[in-house]
Design a protein around this ligand. Structure first.
Ligand code: SF4
Length: 246
């Protein structure tokens, strides 16, 4: 068991690149707004997941028209062996490796960095880095894990690995001005002046009930301006306009 499915060609998952996206299964979090909830546990799948050899053959086939593979989930590091194996295979095809992570498995992330098997790390900071906030948003106290993982950004810089932090926001749930201020301040303190993306959460794709409305582009711009007090490269990502620098 490795992955539920793949997107052969995406131009939105790695800004400026054409990439294949591989969805790896399993995640220790239970965010109510999860859009890939079928990947959280095997029992929820309606079809057989792809195995490693299928994924490799898809990557090889796509290598003619992509320059990268992005691993996401679920949580990419939940299946470390599969991730490292596929990343190594991807590099051998002459392609770059991007990984989206919720920051829970700090030691595994460090292992991948040390093995030089990753070129871009996109790390979710889903809430202010406190026990209560993480319990409320993700159903697990992961604040210390995420804080430690953000601390790996220095190692990424030394290893020339691109690093960005991200928060997905929903009105009246996560992403108030005060929460964005706390998150951006923590990112600056722990990770330094890294790129920060505020993503528009889409309620209709959510696993469980979250407030029905999505933030508007203008609201996201206002939130980004708050984050800009701490970080110099802040962007928003919306369904209608994609990624924009603020
Ligand atoms: S961390 Fe991501 S995959 Fe895991 S439950 Fe949250 S949104 Fe879903």
């Amino acid at each position: 068991m490795t992955a539920k499915n793949m997107i052969p060609l995406s131009t939105v998952d790695w800004y400026g690149r054409a990439a294949t996206v591989v969805f790896l299964m399993g995640c220790p979090y239970r965010c109510p707004y999860c859009q890939n909830h079928a990947l959280l546990e095997m029992g929820q799948l309606s079809s057989e997941p792809a195995d490693i050899e299928e994924i490799k053959s898809e990557i090889e086939k796509n290598s003619l028209f992509i320059s990268a593979v992005v691993f996401t989930g679920g949580e990419s590091f939940h299946q470390l062996g599969a991730l490292l194996h596929l990343a190594e295979f991807t590099h051998k095809q002459g392609l770059l490796v991007g990984v989206e992570t919720n920051g829970y498995y700090t030691d595994r992330i460090r292992q991948m960095i040390d093995a030089h098997l990753v070129d871009l790390i996109c790390m979710d900071v889903k809430a202010p880095l406190t026990r209560d906030a993480y319990l409320r948003i993700c159903g697990i106290d992961a604040a210390k894990h995420v804080s430690d993982s953000l601390g790996l950004s220095g190692l990424c810089r030394e290893s020339k690995i691109d690093f960005e932090a991200r928060t997905t926001v929903f009105p009246d749930f996560i992403g108030s001005p005060q929460e964005i201020r706390l998150i951006a301040e923590s990112i600056r303190e722990i990770a330094g002046d890294v790129r920060y993306i505020i993503q528009q959460g889409i309620p209709e794709h959510a696993w469980k009930d979250v407030p029905e409305r999505a933030y508007t582009r203008d609201e996201l711009i206002s939130l980004a301006k708050i984050a800009r007090q701490f970080l110099s490269d802040v962007r928003i990502r919306t369904k209608e306009s994609g990624e924009e620098c603020v």
